[in-house]
Ligand binder design. Sequence first.
Ligand SMILES: NC(=O)c1ccc[n+]([C@@H]2O[C@H](COP(=O)([O-])OP(=O)(O)OC[C@H]3O[C@@H](n4cnc5c(N)ncnc54)[C@H](O)[C@@H]3O)[C@@H](O)[C@H]2O)c1
Length: 270
Amino acid sequence: MAYNLLKGKKGIIFGALDENSIAWKTAERVHEEGGTFVLTNAPIAMRMGQINALAEKTGSQIVPADATNEDDLNNLIAKSMEILGGKMDFVLHSIGMSVNVRKGRLYTDEKYDFTTKGWDVSALSFHKVMQSLYKADAMNSWGSIVALTYMAAQRTFPDYNDMADNKAYLESVARSFGYFFGKEKKVRVNTISQSPTPTTAGQGVKGFDGFINYAEKMSPLGNATAQDCADYTVSLFSDLTRKVTMQNLFHDGGFSNTGVSHEVIEHFTE
Ligand SMILES: NC(=O)c1ccc[n+]([C@@H]2O[C@H](COP(=O)([O-])OP(=O)(O)OC[C@H]3O[C@@H](n4cnc5c(N)ncnc54)[C@H](O)[C@@H]3O)[C@@H](O)[C@H]2O)c1
């Protein structure tokens, strides 16, 4: 169901790789709610992904940008203001990648070049995106910036590897930049801590199937899907959440506050 929650609002959506991506589902949902946007992803992902189909479906233009590259980001923001005819009301940062995870290096055997690269892509890029928006004065007052994170920032999930540290950094950047963006520009900044979700990035984590099934059994409402996440993100882009900022918002069916569930107890009862 659509409620016209984003009618007249403009923005940038980072990270739609394929139709499983959280950013993909969010772009479709934002479009349904009347929002217009520029789609962006790393130039290499343009070749692998199917972003053109999404652009066609949502009537959007694509501007490639590596989110670790400041020149790319400045160009993206200038072009987006040109294409959309003004400043942004919403920005979604839906980006993550760990080279250590990809190469099968354990947390106790990190290759630090890989660690640095993964941190730049997954965490520092959020600061870079916001600093570029801030300096270009590219956000409208009462605009909303959202990034995606995972609960491994607070609790240990051994195979989440260095992404846990990247997410902790990302969440801290949301709070710190949220202060300045709030004070100076009346813009809110939040992170959504999402359930495990079967996407390219999600399935890269070792033992993902066990992980997602466990979370499902531990969540009173069941895991939040990518579609659910798109709905929640729309609410955070809408005018109905104007005073929510500098928060890490758990969107996980109750997983984060559940000690143990009946299903898990049953599993361990002989
Ligand atoms: N899937 C999960 O289980 C899960 C759970 C919680 C949070 N998240 C977070 O959700 C976000 C989106 O991931 P997803 O699950 O939709 O997977 P995905 O693989 O579909 O999306 C990740 C995106 O990051 C992009 N990206 C990588 N390097 C980039 C760069 N240098 N510049 C610009 N973009 C770059 C990729 O091209 C891709 O589009 C990530 O931050 C991820 O950590 C995912």
